[in-house]
Write a protein that binds this ligand. Structure first.
Ligand SMILES: *Cc1c(COP(=O)(O)O)cnc(C)c1O
Length: 471
């Protein structure tokens, strides 16, 4: 063994203790940490870009990283990071994630680990949490992007099957073009169309309802009626990233009775609302979808990277993702045969953090996070609407705000960008830019388990200050 490896093996308990100290220090300072480190702090030293011939051992490497670069880490896991849709880590999920790396299990139905059984149990508990029926199966993937990829891939296979074609075997050329219809497909679904050979151009935008991001069912029906027999997939939004708008799922299901299409529901963050009796009506009908995406690293507050794809078409999923080799177990149709159901081969024990969080906090713990975030999002919305210089671009439907600056001189987008840059410098709250209804807007998405009333007060103060400083 290389002497550095031997030294670290001998000193492993000390290395882990030291890592624990660094982690504790980071978490203790998370509330005060700037939400967004200055660009200068995000620069790497030249020597750290170059491979070393001899290493310095784990302790020296850890300290070197921490001393140089800890200030370059954002507070994205903290309570006032409202950019994108960014969750944090509950204690149980964090502890479990440490064990995932420590135990380094391969979750693919090998008969030498409990990992796949726990993954299956986690999926079953999620179905209970989110009121999904027994005929769904699911698996963990790295994020909602891959969950959308898997759902669309199974849909592609289903569209082939309707015409006697096995797309996974024969290729998409045997089927020909697919039309993909959506009012507000997330960009990751568009990316998936590219990756799956369906093509980004296959997406046809359907009109939205007036003053809403939800799909106009009448416009969709007109399109379906005008394209009879065309292999069709509909990508529904169950929570758009701009305004947390939900498509009318019962309306889509009624159309599917008359115009058979694959219905994929992207519920990356919005699906978690199903755990609350207050908001589960938003997901009404998703039990009949063909495939569903739910992120775990957003509103379920487990570490990156974790999401779940659900489907009611397990056999088709195996047709797409089966993985034959003499050295691997043959595909048999079972819901925990992950090697034959997911894009990966070897797989991290990704389910453990969520399994642990559900064990630690239960249905009511998840529900409390969701309901608190929604209440606080509304509070922030009221605060902004009542503040000079801000206005909401859309109602606060759930946990996301979409707002704009008012009373600005000159170009709106430039003013918005100055404001956001100032907000980042201030370091108290992070928001990110968007466009809504043709105007430059600002998003704030609340999904972190630690966010409380005082964070809303701090965020509002910072936003008002930065507005007057930047405009
Ligand atoms: C975040 C998000 C995605 C992409 O998710 P990743 O986990 O970042 O891959 C897809 N769809 C929606 C609606 C999202 O909010």
């Amino acid at each position: 063994m290389h002497p550095r490896l031997q030294q670290d093996l001998d000193d492993l308990p000390g290395i882990l203790d030291h890592t624990n100290q660094l982690a504790k220090g980071f978490l203790a300072g998370l509330q005060q940490r700037p939400v967004c480190p200055p660009l200068a702090e995000q620069e790497l030293n030249a020597e750290d870009k170059i491979l070393r011939e001899e290493g310095h051992g784990a302790l020296a490497a850890l300290d070197d990283f921490w001393q140089r670069y800890a200030t370059g880490l954002s507070a994205s896991a903290g309570p006032r990071y409202f950019g994108f849709v960014t969750g944090g880590n509950t204690p149980a999920a964090l502890a479990a994630d440490w064990l995932v790396s420590t135990t380094d299990q391969n979750s693919l139905l090998s008969h030498d680990t409990i990992a796949a059984a726990i993954e299956l149990a986690t999926i079953e508990q999620l179905k209970a949490l989110l009121h999904l029926p027994a005929d769904f199966s699911g698996s963990f993937v790295s994020g909602a992007t891959m969950a959308n990829f898997v759902g669309i891939a199974i849909g592609r296979q289903w569209l082939g099957l309707q015409r006697g074609i096995d797309v996974a075997q024969q290729g998409l050329a045997a089927l020909g073009p697919i039309q993909v219809l959506s009012a507000n497909a997330h960009s990751s679904s568009v990316k998936s169309l590219g990756m799956l050979g369906i093509g980004r151009d296959a997406l046809q935008s359907i009109a939205q309802q007036d003053n809403s991001e939800a799909i106009d069912i009448t416009a969709l029906e007109q399109h379906l009626a005008a394209t009879p027999g065309r292999p069709t997939m509909v990508l529904a939004s169950a929570g758009t990233v701009n305004t947390a708008t939900f498509d009318d799922l019962p309306g889509l299901l009624a159309l599917r009775e008359r115009y058979p299409f694959w219905l994929h529901v992207d519920a990356a963050f919005g699906g978690v609302a199903a755990c609350s009796p207050r908001y589960e009506h938003l997901l009404q009908g998703w039990q009949q979808a063909d495939s569903i995406t739910v992120d775990a690293h957003k509103w379920m507050n487990v570490p990156y990277d974790s999401a779940i794809q659900f489907t009611r078409h397990l056999a088709l999923q195996m047709q797409v993702f089966q993985n034959h080799s003499v050295y691997l177990e043959a595909p048999t149709l079972r819901p925990d045969n992950y090697l034959h159901l997911t894009p990966e081969n070897s797989r991290r024990f990704r389910a453990l953090p969520l399994w642990m969080a559900l064990k630690a906090y239960g249905r009511n713990g998840m529900r409390e996070i969701v309901e608190r975030n929604v209440t606080l999002a509304r509070r922030l919305g009221e605060g902004l609407a009542a503040s000079k210089g801000f206005r909401l671009l859309a109602p606060v439907n759930l946990n996301i705000l979409c707002f704009a600056l008012t009373e600005i001189e000159g170009e709106a987008e430039a003013a918005r960008d100055r404001f956001l840059a100032r907000l980042d410098q201030h370091g108290v709250v992070r928001c990110t830019p968007t466009h809504y209804a043709g105007q430059p807007g600002i998003r704030a998405a609340l999904v972190n388990w630690m966010t409380e009333e005082r964070d809303i007060i701090l965020a509002l103060e910072s936003m008002r200050t930065c507005r007057s400083e930047a405009i």
